[in-house]
Design a protein around this ligand. Structure first.
Ligand code: BES
Ligand code: ZN
Length: 457
């Protein structure tokens, strides 16, 4: 093990340079203009896996972006780990708020800045580099390894769902290892055991057949922006409760044990509010902030646009108004059922004088992972060595749509071993990845494979 760790230490700077190459590719999965660049990025992953010593690499084209599948099965009798990660990234808007270009990786104060640095290229790369250390140094890994690196996580992983269902036997694994979450705080290694689900919609509202002079016509017709705003406002009451009938029916109640565990974590509401730049926190009454973001469902407006938004004033009554909304879901809510309830409710509250159209976008099922598994035990030991401290176990508010499919279709137990930080700005301008976490993450990954092999003797 020592020689593996020395190899990782010696190659530290080269690893950062290679990660920077990975980050230069604009693999924005939701953007049709970036389709070629996303393909190039997938090809880069394929080549990189071969370069680090994995011979069996498959480049799988889908209806959307390619999936990279790889395997190394040279440890008979040892567990099989399925490493999952994604090479696609979120859009970069608002671009003006980036200190450097989102695809010009730059190091400042020990952090590497670029879109995808923490979510998820940097995190997935920790494993590529520990695998490299084993393959270049020993020519073998301590466990069997399968890998799925996909390009559609940020848009719901639909094509991967199909791939997994159609390749059940091939993908069979004991453990699915994912580094796509954050640690509780810097210096606090963390294993995540819960993710929220998601249901996402675009709402399009049409009123008059063209933009109108707001003086000549204002007062005569319903304003679509007002109609949309009214509907959206009615979806949440002043206590933060969501007003869609049936929405909470399947929400699993938090146990006293879990509430107590959340309450024990150091959490300063004032400091948290301050770092977010808000006057005070707001959320569902009766729940703490950690409960609200990890274990309660939400309704959020992600974006709204209508009428004149340019500089200066233009007196206009818009013809159209639009919003993108998402609902984060918790066990045992089903995104399909929630989508049906949402559509029904919107139909019921739509004013008759405007036309409301709903476009269902992606969804994700909420996930819970056991923490008394072999994989989590190995990850716990690995974090102790890689970060020098015992980890804590927490849930997360974000979603990774494929996790439940891995559990249900492959029977694999998830290990959510995140190396990000809550302050990394994923999905925001100036996303970054802490280079200490990158380096310790690579070591942790190496210790994980070693410990897992040891534990299954
Ligand atoms: N890495 C995130 C998931 C995540 C976010 C974990 C925050 C922990 C904390 C992932 O890449 C992501 O952002 N997923 C999307 C999925 C969605 C588009 C279906 C998300 O959660 O918005
Ligand atoms: Zn991610």
């Amino acid at each position: 093990m020592n020689t593996i760790i020395s190899y990782i230490d010696e190659n530290k700077d080269r690893y950062v340079d290679e990660l920077s190459d990975f980050l230069r590719m604009e693999s924005i999965s939701s953007s049709p203009q970036h389709k070629d660049e996303t393909f190039t990025c997938a090809k880069w992953v394929e080549t990189h896996l071969r370069n680090i010593g994995i011979d069996h690499v498959e480049f799988i084209e889908t209806k959307g972006h390619p999936i990279i599948y790889a395997e190394w099965m040279g440890a008979p009798g040892k567990p099989t780990v399925l490493l999952y990660g994604h090479y696609d990234v979120q859009p970069v808007d608002p671009i003006d708020l980036w200190t450097n270009g989102p695809f010009e990786p730059t190091i400042r104060n020990g952090d590497l800045y670029a879109r995808g640095s923490t979510d998820d290229k940097g995190q997935v790369f920790t494993h590529f580099k520990s695998i490299e250390a084993y393959m270049k140094h020993h020519g073998s890994l301590p466990v069997n390894l399968k890998m799925i690196i996909e390009g559609e996580e940020e848009i719901g992983s639909e094509n991967l769902q199909t791939f997994v269902r159609e390749n059940k036997e091939k993908l069979k694994a004991d453990i699915v290892l994912i580094s796509d979450t954050a640690m509780y705080a810097k210096g606090v290694p963390t294993i995540c055991y819960g993710l929220r689900g998601l249901s996402y919609f675009q709402i399009d509202v049409t009123g008059p057949n063209r933009d109108l002079h707001s003086g000549s016509f204002g007062g005569a017709v319903q304003n679509p922006a007002q109609g949309l705003a009214g509907m959206l406002a009615s979806l949440k009451d002043k206590n933060g409760k969501i007003k869609i009938p049936g929405f909470y029916d399947d929400v699993r109640k938090l146990t006293k044990k879990e509430r107590d565990a959340f309450a024990k974590l150091p959490f300063n509401e004032k400091k948290y509010a301050k770092t977010l730049g808000v006057k005070e926190l707001f959320g569902e009454k009766g729940y703490s902030t950690l409960e609200r973001v990890w274990a309660r469902p939400t309704f959020e407006i992600n974006g709204m646009w209508s009428g004149f938004t340019g500089e200066g004033a233009k007196t206009v009554l818009p013809s159209q108004a639009h919003a993108k909304i998402s609902m984060r879901l918790v066990p045992d809510q089903d995104p399909k059922k929630i989508a049906v309830l949402f559509k029904k409710h919107i139909r019921n509250i739509s004013p008759k004088n405007i036309t409301v159209t709903l476009h269902e976008m992606h969804g994700a099922r909420p996930a819970l992972a056991p923490i008394d598994s072999l994989g989590v035990s190995a990850a716990t030991e690995a974090l102790k060595k890689g970060f020098g401290k015992k980890p804590l176990y927490q849930r997360e508010g974000g979603s990774i749509p494929i996790v439940v499919t891995f559990q249900q279709v492959l029977g694999a137990t998830p290990v959510l071993l995140g190396f990000g930080l809550p302050t990394d700005n994923p999905h925001s301008p100036d996303e970054h990845f802490n280079l200490d976490n990158f380096h310790n993450g690579i070591k942790t990954s190496a210790y994980f494979f070693d410990t897992l092999a040891d534990m299954s003797k």
